[in-house]
Design a protein around this ligand. Structure first.
Ligand code: NAP
Length: 301
């Protein structure tokens, strides 16, 4: 069985920051992720509000975070942690290929995109229905597309798509946006973004190969080559379901990132937090590593 002091689960900005802080404090740190390090950073075209940086791509920031963590001795493990159990003072995490023993766990597994659940959504996934503007937007250069959602992701990605696509119709179920005002002001000012507020998408239609239109709940059909769905996130808590307290599906923590189980800490989008940003995820990671340090020192007497 592989052993480490701190097992970090998830290599987004929260996980990589936690790993970096814990390794820099002298601990043996394994940071596990089933995918390439970066988490949701990898889907962000441009970050303009990370303190002290010029505009940069999410990919560039992910690379910098990984490089920095590795420079302090973090080992990155490409594995999916399926479950965690308590074993005396330690924890055993199980992946398909191996078990890992750790003194403390920092759970930073992030979140995934919620689906809309409308007719045609599953059938046209990969044929025009997308959950990632930076991944799929360039396939619809010069085309008309529809975006659904009213949070920061829908606003940010509608702005991104408006630079590539001929037009963007932004459909949101309420009259007010949930996302930040600075973003909604930009959306409202963008000439080729048309708003459909107080409306829902009821179906996405196509010819079997591609999306051709989207139907709204007032019966109108909007011709479009793609539907981008940004209706929120679902926390990735599968590995700790039943182990720690959750609220609304998110992991409950205190201000030090401690969960209901001593020795398990949570950071980033997976935890209950009023504001999900790259900087808050990174801050969570630092706090979680600090709390894990205190916890391990307590174990050592
Ligand atoms: P979000 O803030 O939860 O917003 C989800 C949006 O989808 C809401 O407007 C919601 O409508 C709508 N929605 C949910 N279910 C729906 C349904 N079944 N049908 C139609 N609409 C539905 O999610 P998010 O935008 O993905 O953001 C997730 C987190 O990441 C947030 O904390 C956000 O601040 C953060 N984030 C920040 C940035 C940035 O700062 N640049 C960028 C991206 C994400 P209602 O408003 O009516 O509930």
């Amino acid at each position: 069985m592989r052993e480490c002091d701190v097992l970090v689960i998830g290599c987004g900005p929260a996980g990589l920051s936690a790993a970096q802080y814990a390794a820099r404090a002298g601990y043996r740190v394994l940071a596990a992720d089933a995918l390439a390090p970066g988490g949701q950073l990898l889907y962000i075209d441009e970050i303009e509000n990370y303190p002290g940086t010029e505009k940069m791509s999410g990919y560039a920031l992910a690379e910098a975070l990984e490089k920095q963590a590795v420079s302090f001795g973090v080992e990155i493990g490409f594995m999916e942690i399926a479950s965690i159990e308590k074993d005396g003072d330690a924890f055993i995490a199980h992946s398909a290929d191996e078990d890992i023993a750790a003194k403390a766990i920092i759970y930073a597994a992030g979140a995934r995109h919620r689906h809309l659940g409308c007719q045609g959504e599953e059938e046209y996934q990969g044929k025009g229905v997308s959950y990632c503007a930076t991944c799929d937007g360039p396939f619809f250069r010069g085309k008309d597309v529809v975006v659904v959602g009213g949070g920061d992701t829908a606003l940010t990605d509608a702005l991104y798509l408006s630079k590539i696509c001929s037009s963007v119709t932004l459909v949101h179920r309420r009259m007010e946006f949930r996302g930040q005002k600075v973003l909604s002001d930009r959306v409202r000012a963008r000439e080729n973004i048309r708003l459909e507020l107080g409306r829902n998408v009821v179906s996405v239609n196509g010819n079997g190969r591609n999306v051709t239109s989207v139907t709204l709940d007032d019966g109108r059909m909007i011709e479009a080559s793609a539907l981008f769905v940004f209706v929120g996130i679902i926390p990735n808590t599968e590995a700790i379901d039943g182990l720690v307290e959750l609220s609304g599906g998110f992991v409950v923590t205190d201000g030090s990132m401690r969960t209901s189980v001593p020795g398990i800490f949570a950071a980033g989008d997976v935890r209950t937090t009023p504001f999900r940003q790259v900087v808050t995820a990174a801050g969570d990671g630092a706090l979680a590593a600090h709390a894990a340090d205190s916890y391990i020192q307590g174990l050592n007497g």
